[in-house]
Design a protein around this ligand. Structure first.
Ligand SMILES: [Zn+2]
Length: 290
């Protein structure tokens, strides 16, 4: 795949592998900085503005519940871990599932969305406010540390991954879900790609850069998967943004017709993802502390 080159970036090098990063124009007059070696993308809002949304995604209840179900099932594939830590727990919905299943729960969240946290989780969980990179004296010896759509937001992904590693007991597992910068969505939709709507999405990992970043943090048994059923609304949302660009302070999924189109398109989206792995917009990192 080739892109028009817009000159070398002012960045010193790729934040993951240190290699040369080049600015690349994508459809819709937007430039992203992509690493020549590992495909990692850094997004500078001046060169690739979000254009639409003021805040990070607050969520759409039905879609969020489906995502929560699927992600939870994936996380407890090998049984419910006794001690669980969430990086970016938001409203605490996922921690609540673990709590109800008998796990001890903890987490850290910058409270960027200003959401109300589940009261049971607040009462029984060990919750901290802040970013994982600046939180200190977090509870260690965790069996599972996970983050759902957080690595694309954090100030320093290396610190976030290393801090997660430190929270785990030896043999403990980490799981991080993040948008795929090497999926076909960015090329197909360009600036209209829904993952760019959120101005706090400041980087997009490729499968390779995610795997490299995990290795650099000390993880072993690293596996990166492309998820079949995550972010099912991304195509409908991206199409709506492409067809009618413009400011949408509540986000494109704030529109009922777009949401209905997203729901209606699910069978087609899944069918496409089954035949074309690269159309899957989300990566999942699974790794272990040795
Ligand atoms: Zn790189």
């Amino acid at each position: 795949m080739s892109y028009p080159t817009v000159g070398e970036s002012e960045h010193v090098g790729c934040e993951v592998c240190g290699s040369v990063v080049r600015g690349q124009a994508i459809r819709g007059s937007c430039i992203v900085d992509r690493c020549e070696r590992c495909g990692h993308i850094v997004r500078d809002l001046d060169r690739c503005p979000a254009d639409h949304r003021d805040l990070a995604y607050g969520g759409e209840p039905t879609l969020d519940r489906i995502r929560l179900d699927l992600t939870y099932r994936e996380l407890v594939r090998d049984g419910v871990p006794p001690r669980v830590f969430e990086v970016g727990y938001g409203a605490g919905s996922m921690l609540r599932r673990f709590l109800d299943a008998g796990a001890e729960v903890a987490g850290v969240d910058p409270d960027q969305l200003g959401v109300r946290v589940d009261e049971v989780v607040r009462a029984r969980g060990d919750l901290r406010t802040g970013g994982i990179e600046d939180a200190s004296r977090l509870p260690g010896d965790q069996d599972l540390v996970y983050g759902i759509h957080v690595l694309e937001h954090v100030v320093d992904p290396h610190v976030a991954l290393r801090s997660s590693w430190e929270l785990l007991r030896p043999g403990g597992r980490a799981s991080f879900i993040t948008p795929a910068g090497d999926s076909s969505g960015l090329d197909r939709y360009g600036a209209a790609w829904w993952m760019l709507e959120d101005p706090t999405h400041i980087r997009f990992f490729s499968a390779e850069s995610l795997s490299r970043a995990a290795a650099a943090a000390g993880f072993v048994d690293i596996e990166v998967r492309r998820l079949l059923l995550d972010s099912l609304s991304v195509d409908a949302a991206s199409l709506a943004r492409a067809v009618r660009p413009g400011a949408r302070p509540r986000g494109v999924l704030g529109s009922k017709p777009v949401l209905a189109a997203a729901v209606a398109s699910v069978p087609f989206v899944v069918a496409q993802r089954l035949v074309a792995q690269r159309s899957r917009p989300t990566l999942q990192l699974i790794a272990r502390r040795p």
